[in-house]
Design a protein around this ligand. Structure first.
Ligand SMILES: Cc1cc2nc3c(=O)[nH]c(=O)nc-3n(C[C@H](O)[C@H](O)[C@H](O)COP(=O)(O)OP(=O)(O)OC[C@H]3O[C@@H](n4cnc5c(N)ncnc54)[C@H](O)[C@@H]3O)c2cc1C
Length: 440
């Protein structure tokens, strides 16, 4: 087949060279590849349901670092990463027009706003005789390998697991491309924006953080190697639901959320670990969490915009929750009656990250003790999380709100008991609570 002259690769939540199907295919099918990243003004500066900016400072910084790292990688390979700021459907269309690109290749997104953007771009491209082609790359599994269509994905996690885990192989990750043909046309590559362009002031990292998260593929790969190479995985089953620590869990979520790391690569690393040190309850538990991630994504695909609505996936209200702005602000500021909740919320505000157990505690408390609309909590997480992932966040919040796919999952937690169990010496409270915020 004759190669296309030029293909644009639109980077989205796949900010990596390894295991990048769109990039690999573009290289194979064209004489020239033009990688581009568009800082989506609506995603960065638009407002959430509760009026907060959609992307808070922690994630904005991590994103900037990740895009800068990707640009440096392309420059080292003799080409560049084109950078734009605005609406992807317009910016990429203009780039395709200017460079007379035959195709735009991109990894597919499935959630409401993202689909609208990719559909609008596709329509624009048709007007200049160019087209868009989509590839996969966010999940461990390919939907086409699953033994059921998305519309029949089991709603109960255990059923999903039984049908998938043993029977569907995880495909081998694509190699990192090493050689890129030089561009034969002049392209305005664009400047990397600054944090202030997104309405945030530069800030110093908080020294209390267990891991200073730095964006980019190399940093993600380095964390992967540290966590597995130093065998912290061995303690995963025992420790991953602890509230604090550097290695109690992998802390890979920010890199996975932006696609600096591919889940298939992480899986391959676990398999290599198992070959070396044997499969055990910890390696199995870790793989299970990656499976949960896929399951939540499939629930997002199956139920579409329902995951953002009050009745959620179930399509009905199950608890009497109120859109109480005052209580929401107490929760956000860490000024509730519960020091443990306050410490968790303080950690979250300070660094944009909270352990899995911390997330379970604060979300359960907002819904089951404060009786606040679960969507307000989800919207705050959307703003604050460094590892915000649309499906992981909204479907997890559906579950807490009692409107998730498997209602059995919805369990209220008794905070006092949890505090005794998780922080008997009060170390966690001492680390994250400031005096003025010990309780309301
Ligand atoms: C209300 C609520 C909201 C959440 N929002 C997000 C979110 O926006 N983004 C996000 O990545 N995770 C979210 N989680 C899931 C989970 O808390 C984080 O993935 C985990 O704490 C990240 O830390 P880690 O990388 O050390 O996880 P590890 O325990 O080391 O797990 C490895 C990886 O598995 C995946 N994973 C683990 N647990 C879950 C889970 N319950 N759901 C989905 N994926 C999981 C993550 O990609 C994680 O990086 C949410 C959980 C709750 C209860």
């Amino acid at each position: 087949m004759k190669k296309a002259k030029r293909i644009i690769v639109w980077f989205r939540k796949d900010l990596r060279l390894h295991d990048n199907e769109a990039l690999t295919q573009a290289l194979a099918n064209s004489e020239e590849v033009i990688p581009v990243y568009v800082f989506n003004s609506e995603k960065l500066m638009g407002e959430t349901l509760i009026g907060y900016q959609k992307t808070g400072k922690h994630r904005a910084k991590f994103l900037l670092e990740s895009v800068a790292a990707l640009r440096a990688d392309f420059r080292a390979l003799g080409i560049d990463l084109v950078i734009r700021f605005g609406k992807p459907e317009e910016e990429i269309f203009e780039l395709a027009k200017a460079t007379e690109a035959n195709w735009v290749y991109a990894n597919m997104e499935r959630t409401q706003d993202e689909v609208q953007v990719q559909n609008a771009l596709e329509k624009n491209l048709w007007s200049i005789g160019s087209e868009i082609q989509f590839f996969r790359g966010k999940m461990l599994y390919y939907t086409q390998d699953l033994p059921f269509p998305i519309s029949h994905s089991p709603d109960i996690f255990n059923s999903f697991r039984k049908e998938v885990e043993r029977f569907v192989p995880v495909r081998t990750p694509f190699d990192t491309p090493q050689i890129f043909p030089k561009w034969s046309t002049a392209i305005e590559v664009g400047e990397l924006p600054a944090l202030t362009d997104f309405g945030h002031q530069p800030f110093e990292p908080d020294e209390r953080n267990y891991l200073p998260f730095v964006g980019g593929e190399a940093a993600g790969l380095a964390r992967l190697e540290t966590y597995f190479g130093e065998r912290h995985l061995e303690q995963y089953r025992k420790q991953h639901l602890e509230l604090q620590g550097l290695n109690n869990s992998s802390k890979l979520s920010p890199w996975l959320a932006l696609g600096c790391l591919s889940p298939k690569l992480v899986c391959t690393r676990i398999k290599a670990y198992e070959d070396q040190h044997k499969s055990n309850k910890s390696t199995q538990e870790f793989l299970l969490e990656l499976l949960v991630r896929d399951y939540l994504r499939l629930m997002g695909k199956k139920y579409g915009k329902c995951i953002f609505e009050e009745g959620g996936i179930l399509g009905r209200e199950t608890k009497s929750l109120v859109a109480d702005e005052e209580k929401l602000q107490q929760w956000i500021a860490g000024k509730t009656e519960q020091p443990l909740i306050n410490a968790c919320m303080q950690q979250l505000a300070a660094v944009g990250y909270l352990s899995a157990k911390g997330r379970q505690l604060v979300s359960s408390y907002l819904v089951n003790d404060m009786h606040v609309d679960w969507r307000m909590g989800a919207a705050y997480f959307q703003y604050i999380l460094i590892d915000y992932d649309i499906c992981s966040n909204w479907v997890n919040w559906n579950i807490v709100g009692g409107v998730g796919p498997d209602p059995k999952d919805d369990k209220a937690l008794t905070i006092e008991n949890q505090q005794k169990k998780l922080d008997p010496q009060g170390e966690y409270l001492a680390r994250w609570l400031t005096d003025s915020l010990q309780g309301a």
